[in-house]
Design a binder for this molecule. Structure first.
Ligand SMILES: [Zn+2]
Length: 150
């Protein structure tokens, strides 16, 4: 799961502001809860505050009863990476984008291997779609493969 590899660049600052040790993964439930409710945003630099607000807005908003432990944040994050790729960014560009917009640090190599895994999954979906003669799904899957692989 690619979300597990994401860390906040300002992890240490967040720990200081909430007063206890936090797991290093940005999408760990304890971290998501801390940035949602334990950190006083007034004490953050405006740039960092905006990154956290974008992170909360884009990844942690859902109506599940057990949010943020429902899996939605991790799924939304994975979808974000695929969207950035389909919009033409390579793995380095995606890492830069996530760092700039959300203050997240990821290794480009981890993003690249995630994208390669995603293509393998899509190829498996394509096989099944062809075998079961689902033409619409075949076309959609081929399109996603083309955009992700290029
Ligand atoms: Zn959810």
């Amino acid at each position: 799961m690619i979300a597990r590899k994401a860390r906040f660049r300002h992890h240490k600052t967040f720990e200081r502001l909430c007063g206890y040790h936090l797991p290093s993964s940005a999408f760990h439930g304890a971290v998501v809860e801390a940035i949602n409710s334990k950190i006083n945003f007034e004490q953050l630099k405006p740039e960092v505050r905006n990154q956290i607000l974008f992170f909360i807005r884009d990844f942690t908003r859902c109506n599940c009863r057990d949010a943020p432990l429902c899996g939605c944040p991790e799924r939304k994050f994975a979808r974000k990476i695929l969207e950035l790729r389909e919009n033409g960014l390579d793995h380095r560009g995606i890492a830069d984008n996530l760092s700039h917009d959300y203050g997240l640090a990821l290794f480009p190599a981890d993003i690249l291997s995630y994208l390669e895994d995603a293509v393998h999954v899509l190829l498996a979906v394509l096989d099944i779609a062809r075998l079961s003669d689902q033409k619409n799904l075949v076309l959609k899957t081929e399109e996603h493969i083309k955009l992700t692989e290029r």
